[in-house]
Design a protein around this ligand. Structure first.
Ligand SMILES: *Cc1c(COP(=O)(O)O)cnc(C)c1O
Length: 360
C-alpha cells in the first residue's frame, strides 16, 4: 500500500481536497484484479455487469447505471438529459455546477440556464426553490425543469432526509425533476446513518451522480437513474460526450470491492471522523473561528491572513476560495497524526500573528 504511507513527502500536509488522496487499497486491489486478462469492451464485461447489479441491490432499486470519468461530466450530461435547451436548472449559489464546472452543464445541454438560489450553509431551501419556480412564467424567461442538490454540500454540511423530500415535493408539484450531485455521497450516507435509498429515490431524487473519486477510487463516477425511462438513451449521450470508456472494467471494477466489503462507508466514516476531530481542536484555538457546522469531511475556518500565509509557508495545502475561509478536507487516507500536527501549526500560526501585531 503506497498511498497511505506517512513517509511520503508532503503526506501529512495535504488538506486541499479529498481528491488529493490516492487510491484506497480495496479499489486498487480490484483494479489490479480487473487487469487479469482480456475482457469485452465498452461495458459489456462481467465486472461492469456485476457492479451494476451490486449498486441496484445497494439502492434497492431497479436503476439504470452508467460510469463516466469525472464529476463535471456526470453532472453535466445527467442534467442535460433532464431538460431541453430552453429549460433551466435550479441550483444553490455555491453549487459546484454553478461555480466550478466552467459552464459544462450549459454547454452539454445546449444552453439550459442555471438559476441560482441563495443557500444557507450550502443548502437550498424549499421556499427558495419555490421562489425561483414561480418567479416568472412568461416566454422570455427560461422554464425551470430540474432542481439539483449537492449531498454532502460544497460547504461540508448535510441535507437531512426531510429537507430533501421537502424540496422534492415542491419540485414534483411543479413538474421538475430532482438531480443529486453526490460527489461526496458516501460521506453523507456514513454521517446520516441512513440507507442510500432513503436519501435518494425514497426522498424524490430521480438521478444521482455518485462520486467514486473522492471516496478512494482511482477515477470515475456512477450515474444512477432511479427511473429507468430517464436513462433510456443516455448511453448515446455518454458516447457523444467522450465519456464512454472502452476499457470500462477499470472504471467499474473498483466499485465492486468498495461496495461489497463496505469499504465505502468505512472510509467515508473515517474521513468524517477526522474532520470532526480537527473541528473540535480548532474550536479550542483562540483566534480561529469555525465558519460552518462540520457534518461531513470538510472543515471551514476563519483564520487571520497572516496565519494562513504562515501555514502555507510551512507547506500545508488547503483552499481559500470556497466558503469564505480556509477549507481543510479529510479523506480515507487522512492520518490521525496529521490532524494533531495541523491543529498545532494553526495554533502556532495564530500565536505568531498575535506576536507580530503586538510588535506593531
Ligand atoms: C469534486 C466535485 C465534483 C466533481 O468534480 P470533478 O473534478 O469534475 O470530478 C462535483 N461536485 C462537487 C460538489 C465536487 O466537490
Amino acid at each position: 500500500m503506497t498511498t497511505n504511507n506517512p513517509d511520503l513527502p508532503g503526506y501529512f500536509l495535504q488538506f486541499a481536497s479529498d481528491n488529493s488522496a490516492g487510491i484506497c487499497p480495496e479499489a486498487l486491489e480490484a483494479f489490479n484484479h480487473a487487469n487479469g486478462g482480456f475482457a469485452a469492451s465498452y461495458g459489456n464485461d462481467e465486472a461492469t455487469f456485476e457492479v451494476c447489479e451490486t449498486l441496484r441491490r445497494l439502492f434497492e432499486a431497479d436503476a439504470e447505471i452508467f460510469f463516466v470519468f469525472n464529476g463535471t461530466a456526470a453532472n453535466s450530461i445527467a442534467l442535460a438529459s433532464l431538460c431541453q435547451s430552453y429549460q433551466a436548472v435550479i441550483c444553490s449559489d455555491i453549487a459546484h455546477v454553478e461555480t466550478d464546472e466552467c459552464g459544462a452543464p450549459e454547454f452539454f445541454s445546449n444552453g439550459s440556464k442555471l438559476l441560482s438560489s441563495p443557500s444557507r450553509h450550502g443548502k437550498l431551501t424549499s421556499s427558495g426553490v419555490l421562489e425561483v419556480i414561480t418567479r416568472r412564467t412568461d416566454v422570455h424567461y427560461p422554464r425551470p425543469k430540474v432542481v439539483t442538490l449537492t449531498q454532502s454540500t460544497e460547504l461540508g454540511t448535510l441535507y437531512q432526509k426531510g429537507e430533501i423530500s421537502g424540496i422534492s415535493r415542491v419540485a414534483k408539484e411543479h413538474g421538475l425533476k430532482v438531480h443529486m450531485d453526490g460527489a461526496r455521497f458516501a460521506n453523507a450516507v456514513a454521517a446520516l446513518n441512513v440507507t442510500p435509498a432513503e436519501i435518494t429515490w425514497q426522498s424524490g431524487v430521480d438521478v444521482l451522480c455518485f462520486g467514486g473519486t473522492k471516496m478512494g477510487l482511482p477515477i470515475g463516477e456512477a450515474i444512477v437513474f432511479f427511473d429507468r425511462r430517464l436513462g433510456e438513451e443516455f448511453a448515446y449521450r455518454c458516447k457523444q460526450a467522450g465519456q464512454l470508456a472502452s476499457k470500462m472494467r477499470f472504471l467499474s471494477a473498483p466499485w465492486l470491492s468498495m461496495i461489497r466489503e463496505g469499504a465505502w462507508i468505512r472510509h467515508a466514516s473515517h474521513a468524517n471522523a477526522m474532520a470532526k476531530r480537527l473541528a473540535e481542536k480548532i474550536a479550542g484555538i483562540a483566534g480561529a473561528e469555525l465558519l460552518l457546522p462540520t457534518e461531513a469531511n470538510g472543515v471551514f475556518v476563519n483564520l487571520p491572513e497572516y496565519a494562513r500565509e504562515k501555514l502555507k509557508a510551512k507547506g500545508w495545502a488547503f483552499y481559500t476560495f470556497i466558503g469564505g475561509g480556509a477549507r481543510f478536507m479529510c479523506s480515507w487516507a487522512t492520518h490521525d497524526a496529521a490532524i494533531e500536527h495541523l491543529a498545532h501549526d494553526i495554533e502556532q500560526a495564530i500565536a505568531s500573528a498575535n506576536c507580530e501585531a503586538n510588535r506593531l
